[in-house]
Design a protein around this ligand. Structure first.
Ligand code: FES
Ligand SMILES: [Fe+2]
Length: 340
């Protein structure tokens, strides 16, 4: 169960003003909450997020939605209710709420607008369901630009003892690629941003073949890697390897300041593989998912207990991290909901 709350959000970004601001906030962003296959039509699941209880459900038509767990009438537990066509029905007096929390019918009373339930914008992509921190997202859940020709792997969900900023901050920490991952950066990385929610980096690196996954990459013909990483809201990353025409989507749900849930989906968009038999494509995707997971896992021992701190950044060496912090500080943040 997620227990992220005002006491556990602990992001030291170097100044007392930001400490007090960040102690009670999360970036407004998309956060992964479940694998799509875990919630079939008519099923539901409770969710603790931003100090509040929610109910995630899938309508009979297949739409996913997230509403406050307790009914706005007299607090009935909707988790004890039933999905009824496109709504969740309260077990106490039978009011029906749609996936956006709108009350669609009240059995014995005239319809009342104030019966609206709190809700979170909910979307799914590549096998994962995400919630935004608001009823209406500030930006759509990013899809891959070429997703019509992509094949996606099954989703890997990992519970890791790391701060939720590990994946995004780490991606921009160019100096650690050599030290931790044995990748020699061969050119100055390029950083770009589409808007205030987004930060991207282009990296060119040589694989130094130290680990089993590096050896496997070399065997597959990728001694040199040319990677693009796009990050939204510090919680959702798309990685793309230009040579392999493959990549991964990685998203992170904070649990507390030392634990996170990470969802990883590998994808392949190589058109020249069209003739490959389906089993070979699946094997290739599975290998890619394992290589990406192994790459990520090399960060876990060093990131266990890590508290992200802006610290002493060295010009020329830590420029990308500096840009990441500047991006992170400017991300719009939540204030924590309180149960009433
Ligand atoms: S408590 Fe939910 S309908 Fe009355
Ligand atoms: Fe790393």
């Amino acid at each position: 169960m997620n227990t992220y709350n005002s006491h556990s959000v602990d992001i030291d970004i170097g100044s007392p003003e930001h400490m007090s601001q960040c102690d009670i906030s999360l970036p407004h962003a998309w956060y992964p909450v479940a694998k799509s296959r875990a919630i079939k039509r008519g099923q539901k699941q409770t969710l603790h997020f931003m100090e509040r209880e929610w109910l995630l459900f899938r309508t009979q038509q297949g739409q996913v939605g997230t509403v406050a767990r307790h009914c706005s009438h007299m607090g009935g537990d909707l988790n004890q209710g039933q999905v009824d066509r496109d709504c969740i029905r309260c077990p106490v007096h039978g009011w029906r709420f749609d996936h956006q929390g709108q009350c669609q019918s009240q059995l014995k009373h005239p319809f009342k607008q104030q019966a609206q339930l709190a809700s979170l914008d909910t979307a799914e992509y590549a096998g994962v369901i995400y919630v935004f921190t608001l009823p209406q997202a500030m930006y759509p859940l990013p899809h891959l630009p070429f997703d019509q020709r992509c094949h996606f792997s099954r989703v890997r969900k990992l519970k890791l003892p790391v701060h939720f900023l590990l994946a995004s901050m780490n991606s921009f920490d160019v100096a650690h690629y050599d030290y931790v991952h044995h990748r020699k950066i061969t050119e100055k990385p390029d950083i770009y941003s589409h808007d205030k929610h987004h930060l991207g980096i282009e990296l060119k690196a040589q694989v130094l073949q130290k680990s089993w996954h590096d050896k496997l990459m070399s065997w597959l013909g990728f001694d040199q890697v040319d990677i693009r990483i796009d990050c939204w809201g510090s919680s959702y990353l798309q990685m793309f390897n230009h040579q392999a025409q493959m990549g991964a989507i990685i998203s992170v749900m904070p649990i507390d300041h030392q634990n996170s849930e990470i969802y990883l989906t590998a994808y392949d968009c190589k058109t020249s593989d069209k003739g490959l038999f389906r089993p070979f494509k699946s094997i290739k995707l599975e290998l890619s998912r394992r290589i990406t997971t192994a790459f990520l896992m090399s960060d876990v021992p060093i990131a266990r207990g890590l508290r992200p701190v802006e610290g002493v950044l060295i010009p020329g060496q830590d420029d990308e991290v500096k840009q990441f912090w500047s991006y992170y500080k400017k991300l719009p943040k939540t204030t924590i909901y309180h149960e009433n």
